[in-house]
Design a binder for this molecule. Structure first.
Ligand code: TXA
Ligand code: MG
Length: 315
């Protein structure tokens, strides 16, 4: 039997027995293990080559598990869960004593999310576990939106549950709360204005900048070949050797290959295709990748965050 398949019972028993399974969520594929089993979680860090200072998100299938994982009974957390779960929102809350330190990099907080994907929810329920899962890529590399992308980077995983292409395409929004309101730690499909329909932002009069979160490094999502943002690079670009990720309209120049994020300039569609197109160019014969910037509003903030980090080491 190959390691890629659709057997949720098999995947659930691997998780329950301390193994590691890659599984689809609506955002990207996760690399999951029983969050309450430190040895299983250690395998996730080892497979991913992830530094121990970068905490994992714990995935749950029932909001009741908030009180298993967290000592907090802040009604705002339940309000957010009610409005946005299952969905691409991770809420960082004070952790309870059952959560092993390895999951949270010894922070006293834990990130929790309920993914909006039937396979992920069934896997969590059938395993009888809460599942700690980072994105299923090697540390610092491009997140997977298909089972094939996981196999390319992590062929040593015990099993890869294949759920086809993910729909949201970029990782969840990560937030925390202070006494005033919410603070966005990582931008995603749930935007500032979505959150503001439920809660006040913290420091409503200050511009909200992404605050330090241990895993938020300047370089991340790096393809295995250089990626440049059009108009933001001084590198001379030879179009005949480059793959171009166009947002909406056709770029000028005779590019070797052009892939469109959204023919109609729809940013939600663009986010869904972003990592997909970067993976396609990784696997193609273009020598480098040039990407259009997108307007930094709404989900465009999350898209530009991913692009800038992907381009960072190639500046
Ligand atoms: O959409 C997603 O969030 C995907 C899917 C699989 O759920 N997961 C994901 O995990 O993107 P990962 O590990 O690649 O990114 C999670 C980030 C960490 O890098 C860290 O910055 C932040 O979430 N994080 C997790 N726990 C935290 C905590 N207790 N405090 C602050 N930031 C935390
Ligand atoms: Mg990641």
């Amino acid at each position: 039997m190959g390691i890629v398949g659709v057997d949720i019972d098999h995947a659930a028993s691997i998780i329950a027995n301390g193994g590691v399974v890659a599984f689809p969520t609506e955002t990207v594929y996760g690399l999951g293990a029983n969050a309450l089993n430190p040895n299983a979680v250690a395998k996730v860090f080892a497979l991913k080559e992830r530094p121990s200072f970068d905490p994992l998100i714990v995935h749950i299938a029932s909001a009741e598990n908030i009180s298993l994982l967290s000592s907090c009974n802040d009604p705002r957390v339940f309000q957010l869960a009610e409005r946005f779960w299952p969905g691409p929102l991770t809420i960082v809350v004070p952790k309870s004593t059952v959560v092993p330190g390895i999951v949270t990099s010894d922070l006293d907080t834990v990130g929790i999310r309920m993914p909006n994907h039937p396979i992920a929810l069934e896997l969590i329920k059938k395993s009888g576990c809460v599942i700690a899962a980072p994105s299923a890529n090697k540390f610092g590399r491009v997140s997977p939106t298909r089972a094939e992308h996981v196999l390319k980077q992590l062929p040593e995983v015990d099993y890869i549950l294949d759920g086809g292409k993910t729909t949201v395409g970029i990782e969840s929004t990560v937030i925390t709360l202070d006494e005033e309101g919410f603070i966005i730690l990582r931008h995603g499909a749930i935007t500032h204005s979505h959150l503001a329909q439920v809660l006040k932002p913290s420091g409503a009069h200050k511009p909200l900048k992404g605050l330090a979160s241990p895993g938020l490094l300047k370089s991340h999502y790096s393809p295995n070949k250089p990626l440049y943002i059009a108009g933001e690079t001084s590198k001379p670009i030879d179009p005949s050797m480059a793959g171009y990720i166009a947002f909406g309209k056709k770029p000028e120049g005779n590019y070797k290959r052009i892939e469109y994020l959204s023919e109609t300039g729809d940013m939600v569609e663009a986010a869904a295709h972003l990592f997909e197109k970067i993976h396609a160019f990784e696997d193609s014969d273009v020598e480098y990748i040039v990407a259009d910037p997108v307007p930094e509003v709404g989900i465009g903030i999350a898209i530009m965050d991913r692009l800038r980090k992907a381009a960072y080491r190639y500046k």
